[in-house]
Design a protein around this ligand. Structure first.
Ligand SMILES: NC(=O)CC[C@H](N)C(=O)O
Length: 321
């Protein structure tokens, strides 16, 4: 089957989602990172980036919030760019853990690898892999420049968030050293943890995340800047990582109900990839018990279902207008 979807239908679906969920009061801000507990819980933005570079934005889509775990996708891409798909599979893995994002149990159960770059353990490992190994400053430059390429504009470090997170990241410190115990940290553990914490503290907008998602959906070419960010062969690898574990222990429920691979962060952002068609992002701080934004989930699900889209469906669709 094939069908055509117009840009105005996409805009209408996004507008309806925004209206329908903007007053939803479900969920609660992350409170284990003090900075996030104090963010205005009413913020809500949606952004869709089409592969011709146009963006459809609603609400607080240019509000700069903590990227948090969505950055795991970006740095996984950097590791893939620097090492290639096979080495990333060997050095980190590409499996679901079925457990919360910060699980120590997951490492103990799988001590042969940290499972995936999209949970805390694998993301800290990915930071340890970033080249040049041994230089914190140069590694940081590479991380920021990769995120800038993907988003088409630079993220801004939220210093208060970085301090807040550094002062409270005891669980992640245990993860870094446990990984060291299993020879799964490829640089200094404290430096790798600091890079991970800093990248989570980068401020980003929903619009920027939708552009990054569209770059993945567009085989590595940023649809806004037209820059080739990564080799096209990496796109399906990235999307498969996101599909497998983007919502941690709730990933199956998410894919089943939304039909789109997406990655969440405790800052309230969600970034979804519709390969060959668009990138979508929504942002709202209150989270469910797994650390996934309640309103962002509702909005993206609504848009996908309203448009009748799913990466698992056989319908081939074209966007027109
Ligand atoms: N799920 C998330 O967004 C978690 C990110 C956060 N920086 C942490 O490591 O706990």
């Amino acid at each position: 089957m094939s069908k055509t979807i117009s840009v105005s239908q996409i805009k209408e679906a996004a507008q309806e989602a925004y209206e329908q969920f903007k007053d939803n009061t479900g969920g609660k801000n992350a409170d284990y990172i003090p900075y996030l507990a104090n963010i205005d819980k009413n913020l809500f933005g949606i952004s869709i980036c089409l592969l011709d570079g146009r963006t459809i934005t609603l609400g607080d889509s240019s509000y700069c919030f903590g990227i948090e775990s969505v950055s795991k996708v970006h740095t996984a891409i950097l590791a893939l760019r620097q090492y290639g798909a096979e080495k990333v599979l060997k050095m980190i893995g590409a499996d679901a853990t079925g457990l919360p994002f910060n699980s120590i149990m997951a490492i103990l159960l799988e001590n042969d690898h940290p499972s995936t770059p999209l949970v805390n353990a694998g993301a800290i490992t990915a930071c340890s892999m970033v080249q040049p190994v041994g230089s914190s400053d140069k590694k940081w430059e590479a991380i920021v420049s990769n995120i800038t390429d993907l988003c088409g504009s630079a993220p801004q470090l939220i210093d208060e968030l970085y301090k807040s997170e550094t002062a409270t990241n005891f669980n992640n410190r245990s993860i870094a050293w446990l990984l060291k115990n299993y020879n799964r940290i490829y640089d200094d553990p404290d430096m790798s943890l600091d890079l991970y914490t800093r990248q989570c503290s980068l401020g980003i907008t929903a619009e920027q995340l939708s552009i990054a998602a569209a770059t993945i959906a567009n085989d590595g070419v940023n649809p806004v800047t037209k820059k080739l960010v990564f080799d096209a062969s990496l796109s399906p690898k990235i999307t498969s990582l996101v599909a497998t574990v983007g919502f941690y222990e709730r990933t199956g429920d998410w894919l089943y109900t939304s039909g789109i691979p997406a990655k969440t962060g405790v800052g309230g952002g969600v970034m979804g990839i519709m390969p060959g068609h668009f990138g979508i992002s929504a942002f709202a701080p209150p989270l469910d018990s797994s650390g996934n934004s309640v309103k962002a989930q509702l909005a993206i699900k609504y848009i996908m279902n309203k448009l009748g889209l799913s990466i698992f469906g056989s319908t081939r669709f074209t966007i027109t207008g």
